[in-house]
Design a binder for this molecule. Structure first.
Ligand SMILES: Nc1ncnc2c1ncn2[C@@H]1O[C@H](COP(=O)(O)OP(=O)(O)OP(=O)(O)O)[C@@H](O)[C@H]1O
Ligand SMILES: [Mg+2]
Length: 569
């Protein structure tokens, strides 16, 4: 991709890979950076046992009863594997990415999240690690087989390679942390710092802009909305184009994430099929699974909203006219087909409306991508909605499946997004003086305590470091000063809890009086520890209420690296 990329300026050859683990499909790309040579991106286009070369491979793993992974990706699709899986009692892990979902994502009307159970002995973190190990093997095969000196290249570079992992908009620091740990457990990287994160939507918009397909839309100061309608999530972000060449984008509103992707269309269809077939000759698990495969291959993908009915294959040649089954095929009427898609379409439209509105209603161009946007019905509904509002909607199409991993490599090289909007308020809990005249403090009298210098205090007050919707410049440090008293006898390690607050206005206290749980809307991000010994030895003594000690002022800072927020002292 993009031959006009500038030659790599780094001092030595470096390997960078990007991996997009999707709910239903995954992909990976490689770039070998050689000093003085323009970087070239290579997608992995051949995965084991693929019938046709394809950049995307199913995010599926079969486990045996001891919890050992037996086959991955397209290998799971072969009839031989399926027969072996049945015989040996292997268990299929699918849609497992969604087990990592944050619990604060908005609830979508009409969608009850029911994700297939994980194999008994594996956690979602284990499956991430197993899948990443499989991808690592394929990256190795790609590098060693597609370069003359591939084997020595791989052996000399893989230990220090950087890995860009993509995530939905809704994933926060702790989800990234778990993915990073999985990458280490998979042997993909040795150090956590080798793993970087970018959102799937951001990678997709960078790729789309670079592909030349939306050149007319790339005008300085104009606004764009990108909407990735994937298998699990719908991710929507609004951007302002700061600069066209080199591309510089600025987030206009905080990135949204909805659990409303294509798998929920299948979920609704499966519930419907089970009801329709209940008590019939076709009422068994194998037939339902077969029918769902047929639905996924045909009915779901070709339904355009106008077909009076679609059919799914149940198998055999029997019929049951009353149930609408003819020669082993079940008819699904148009209205029922529409109902499977409706919650996802509504979630996409609401998300787009909110993004437009929060960005000041200045955007009028929308790029949609992701597998679900290929549905003729979904696309026509979105087009209709957009044209009613005078908005332009484009599905750049083409090899969009490469969009995320190629865009992630561009992101790694170019840092095209220069500022982001804080999705949450970020801050910490601090102690405040106990004040009997302040009703919100007085009601916490039972929690008051004397600090080491003898002052009466209450813990758990909110102290903000970054405000929600604030524009955050990439690489800029956001910091706040905090004070804490110590005496010579005290332990000089401090720990601070970092929180995000979701709603518009954070309350003064993180917890209700006498309550151990954080109030609704707070998310505990992490606990940071720091040794303040050097600050203590440098600070002057002060005496309060006959106690001698020091009040140390220390700085807590967060930097935005990619889409990660990195805390440090
Ligand atoms: N023509 C089509 N019509 C309807 N749905 C489609 C069509 N083509 C693909 N899909 C659906 O798109 C989904 C896969 O999209 P995609 O590959 O973008 O998702 P993913 O990357 O696996 O998921 P996510 O990014 O949400 O984790 C599947 O649910 C698939 O059924
Ligand atoms: Mg995806």
């Amino acid at each position: 991709m993009r031959s006009n990329r500038r030659p790599y300026q780094g001092p030595r050859t470096q390997l960078v890979v990007s991996i997009d683990i999707g709910t239903t499909f995954s992909a990976a790309s490689v770039c070998i950076l050689q000093p003085g040579t323009p970087p070239v991106f290579e997608e992995i286009l051949r995965w084991p046992k693929q019938a046709n070369p394809d950049a995307k491979v199913p995010s599926l793993v079969y486990y045996d009863s001891s919890g050992k992974p037996r086959c991955f990706g397209a290998e799971t699709d072969s009839p031989d594997t399926k027969a072996e899986a049945d015989e040996e009692g292997w268990i299929k892990a699918e849609w497992w990415k969604l087990y990592l979902r944050p619990d604060y994502l908005p609830k979508i009307d009409g969608i009850e999240i029911e994700i297939p159970e994980l194999p008994p002995s594996r956690t979602v973190d284990d499956i991430f690690a197993d899948f990443l190990e499989y991808v690592k093997g394929q990256l190795q095969v790609h590098v060693t087989s597609s370069h003359g000196n591939g084997e020595s290249l791989w052996n000399s570079l893989y230990r220090n390679m950087d890995v860009v992992l993509t995530t939905p908009n809704g994933w926060e620091g702790r989800h990234q942390h778990r993915m990073r740990e999985a990458a280490i457990a998979a042997g993909l990287v040795i150090r956590g710092t080798q793993v970087k994160f970018v959102t799937e939507a951001e990678a997709a918009v960078i790729y789309t802009a670079e592909s030349g397909k939306i050149n007319d839309w790339l005008v300085e100061d104009e606004h764009l909305i990108v909407c990735d309608c994937g298998g699990g999530t719908v991710d929507i972000t609004g951007y302002r184009i700061q600069n066209v060449s080199p591309l510089r984008l600025e987030e206009m509103s905080y990135p949204r994430c909805y659990l409303a992707g294509g798998v929920f269309v299948n979920q609704a269809a499966k519930i419907y099929l089970m009801e329709r077939l209940s008590g019939s000759d076709w009422d068994d698990e194998t037939t339902i699974e077969h029918a769902m495969q047929s639905f996924e291959r045909n009915a779901k993908r070709s339904f355009d909203g106008k077909n009076t009915f679609m059919t799914v294959e149940l198998g055999g040649s029997k019929g049951d006219i009353k149930r609408g089954i003819v020669r082993g095929r079940l008819k699904i009427q148009k209205a029922d087909m529409i109902s499977f898609f409706e919650p996802s379409i509504q979630a996409i439209i609401e998300g787009l409306q909110e993004t437009l509105h929060e960005g000041g209603d200045v955007a009028n161009k929308i790029i949609i991508g992701g597998g679900l946007s290929n549905s003729p019905h979904v696309f026509s509904q979105l087009q209709k909605w957009a044209s009613d509002l005078g908005l332009k909607l484009s599905r750049p199409g083409g090899p969009i499946e490469k969009a995320v991993t190629s865009g992630a490599l561009s992101w790694y090289l170019d840092a095209s997004v220069s500022s982001r909007v804080a999705k949450f308020h970020y801050g910490t809990n601090v102690a405040v003086p106990f004040d009997r005249n302040d009703p919100e403090v007085a009601c916490r009298e039972s929690e008051k305590y004397q600090d080491v210098l003898g002052e009466w205090k209450i813990d758990g007050a909110w102290s903000e470091i970054v405000e929600k919707n604030e524009k955050i410049k990439t690489g800029k440090e956001y910091s706040a000063w905090f004070h804490r008293p110590f005496t010579d006898a005290d332990e000089l390690t401090v720990s601070m809890d970092l929180y995000a607050y979701r709603w518009s206005r954070p309350p003064r206290f993180i917890k209700d009086p006498g309550c151990n749980m954080e109030k609704d809307g707070f998310l505990h991000l992490c606990t940071v520890e720091a040794d303040l010994t050097s600050c203590y030895t440098a600070a002057p003594y002060s005496t309060a209420r006959n106690k001698k000690g020091q009040r140390i002022k220390y700085l807590q800072a967060r930097t935005l690296k990619g889409v990660e927020s990195v805390p440090h002292y």
